[in-house]
Design a protein around this ligand. Structure first.
Ligand SMILES: C[S@@+](CC[C@H](N)C(=O)[O-])C[C@H]1O[C@@H](n2cnc3c(N)ncnc32)[C@H](O)[C@@H]1O
Length: 262
């Protein structure tokens, strides 16, 4: 029996980087190089490439999270702080107060630097902790947080099961985990338009606006390599989450998964 080189590399513990198989030890550096390159244009690119839709998807995430002042929240793969700052704003506008504790965690200094600037501009410097770490090894005590979010981050980790285990470990009993991520399960009637957009327009926009075509080529490819919502729900159950459910948004372009520490 013959094995393909892809199968051989899968056996040897390699991992996907878009459509390429790369060595596990190279993956984190390759992902990091992308976010080093696009950090300063990241938020602008999100608005341009999604036509502002990412704001609605993040609002839906925050609606489901339902942040309250007593919440201890960690936003993993928090990037430029978009989700954490939205959670803070939601509590401030509803209760006129701060969340008890908010941590933005990300392994990329360039992205965290933008998060820090945004937190200062929004007047939240003292209320937000910035932590530089990967989802697979969170420097957080077990059961330390009551809520944990990851938005457009799980697709980028090197070892998804290790990341899910960590996200479960840091949650307190009764704590809530939410994941917002692109999904490969787009409605069939949208599929060809979506393919054309993601393989042609996205890399073009990436080159024009962020000066990095490959970063947005990687985005399009990594979405196709990400598990479908039902498979991801199974992975969450396998790492210990209970009451797992999910919702697809915008014709299946993204999905929000929810799980609890029970
Ligand atoms: C597409 S951005 C998402 C940022 C933000 N959560 C948002 O929704 O706008 C992906 C983030 O994942 C981070 N990342 C990459 N590898 C990671 C890992 N192993 N663990 C945690 N975060 C990672 C990147 O540095 C980047 O900031």
């Amino acid at each position: 029996m013959t094995t393909t080189s892809d199968e051989r590399r899968r056996d040897e513990g390699d991992t996907d980087f878009g459509f390429r198989r790369v060595r596990q030890e190279d993956h984190a550096g390759m992902v990091s190089a992308i976010f080093d390159s696009v950090a300063d244009r990241y938020d602008l690119m999100n608005d341009l490439m999604s036509g502002g839709l990412h704001r609605l998807w993040k609002q839906a995430l925050i609606d489901w999270l339902n942040p309250r002042t007593s919440m201890r929240l960690i936003d993993v793969a928090g990037g430029t702080g978009d989700v954490a700052l939205r959670a803070l704003e939601r509590v401030a506008s509803r209760e006129g107060a701060m969340l008890d504790a908010v941590t933005i965690c990300d392994p990329n200094y360039a992205m965290l630097r933008v998060a820090k600037r945004r937190a200062i501009d929004a007047g939240h410097l003292n209320g937000v902790a910035l932590v530089c770490a990967r989802a697979e090894a969170l420097p957080v005590t077990s059961r330390a947080v009551s809520a944990c979010t990851i938005s457009f981050g799980l697709r980028n980790v090197t070892d998804r099961m290790a990341a899910l285990s960590e996200l479960h470990r840091v949650l307190d009993m009764g704590g809530h985990f939410l994941c917002l991520e692109f999904s490969p399960s787009v409605m069939p009637m949208l599929a060809s338009l979506y393919d054309a957009y993601s393989y042609r327009v996205l890399p073009w926009l990436g080159e024009r606006v962020a000066g990095d075509r490959e970063a947005y080529q990687y985005l399009a490819e990594s979405i196709r390599r990400f598990p479908d919502p039902e498979t991801l729900a199974g992975e969450m159950r396998a790492t210990g989450f209970g009451n797992v459910s999910y919702r697809a948004l915008s014709g299946g372009i993204v999905a929000i998964h929810s799980g609890w520490r029970v």
